[in-house]
Design a protein around this ligand. Sequence first.
Ligand SMILES: C[S@@+](CC[C@H](N)C(=O)[O-])C[C@H]1O[C@@H](n2cnc3c(N)ncnc32)[C@H](O)[C@@H]1O
Length: 432
Amino acid sequence: MSNTTSLLTLAETVATLTKAIASHLKETNHEEPNFTTSSTEIPSTKEYENIRVQLNTAANDLLHLVNGPKAEFRDFFTKHYEMAAWQVALEFDYFGIVPIEGSITLKELASKAGMDEDRTMHVMRFLATQRVFKELQSTNQDELIFEHSAASVTIAREPLLKDVFLMQADEMFRAASSTSDSIRQSPFEITAEGCPFAVRHGERAYTWYEKHPAHAARFARAMAGVTLLHATTSELHEEFPWGSLPAGTVVDTGGGSGYVSFSLAKKFPHLNFIIQDISPIMLAQGKSLWIGDFESRVKFQEHNYFNPNPVTDATAFFSRQITHNLTDADVVRFFSAFVPALEVNKPGTPLLINDTVIPEPGEKTVYEEHDLRQVDLAMWIVFNSKQRTEREFRKLLTRADARLKLVKIHSKGRMGLLEIHLDQGAESVSAK
Ligand SMILES: C[S@@+](CC[C@H](N)C(=O)[O-])C[C@H]1O[C@@H](n2cnc3c(N)ncnc32)[C@H](O)[C@@H]1O
């Protein structure tokens, strides 16, 4: 946006894009969204997404200008209190307690949640200002009544989303508050051990999860839940020609419960899977997923991804949302650990890295870049890690082994897909 764009020009852009949204909804036979529990989901088409992104950029700029910095900052710097209200609503399961059909009195909600009515009322009335739950008119002023809204019922209907949000409002919210402390402890050196999560919780994330099995199980479910939000698996199905891989085994390294591979298994019956993870708790979450005919198509393998990969007959190696958990030095170790396996697997066996490929500044709209940089901050706080550009990936591959070639970028953005091959004709040179 130019620095001198007028308010009216922005408002006209907003109107034009809103009309485009309304037409798209009509053309695709979608009803317009509303705030009630019967509101339908917005379309997941690329066209809708494209207009939605542009609309957010224009509407946000309009509001930034109209509100002015003081009003915006007053709102922004109280967001942690909002997160506190969410922490309570999720932890005490308001979303599950309020019935999907009908309503509930505050008294009954508080009693089922196991807490007092007064604080329950504070939380519910705050959330209602975000159009999350709705307070109904009551004839008795002493009897407050609430029902679900379109937003709150989304969480009630999909418990995995509760896991995603509670993980954020619980251990990640606490970790984020220690970010400056972590820099004070190590102002110039970035180490995995010194990340804000470790400063706050006393251990690196995955070590901490091993000692907190209930949180670890929730984290594994949250990872599955994330695929319902933005890290959808449908793009992954389309952006790589899985169908043309020779029948065989895909190795999913750091696969957690194997939720992502499971979605591939449903679509590509010629592929079997080995889910590798260091955590038996994460792997155990997968055993309840891969049932019936799928049980014979999966193996769960405890494996530390910094050790040489033991599979010598894979049709492909795959890894999703792992490199952005790792510091640069650890990404180099991670890539290096595939080399011995790629040397003995069939030439051309792909290593597929499914992770964010962050754009250079200005390549995307401010709205999209903000979204990606938000995840970048999350990776910093939880791991002292980051999202990487294509250039950064190439450098780290070369540092791991000059024979590791990025042969194709199937997609960029939040869930990019990098295809890497080991050039077996070339000499092994690593520059760690
Ligand atoms: C962010 S989750 C990603 C899970 C899955 N790939 C997905 O996209 O849903 C990271 C996973 O890496 C696993 N992990 C962490 N350190 C590991 C290590 N050293 N070796 C193998 N797996 C590890 C964790 O247990 C967790 O399941």
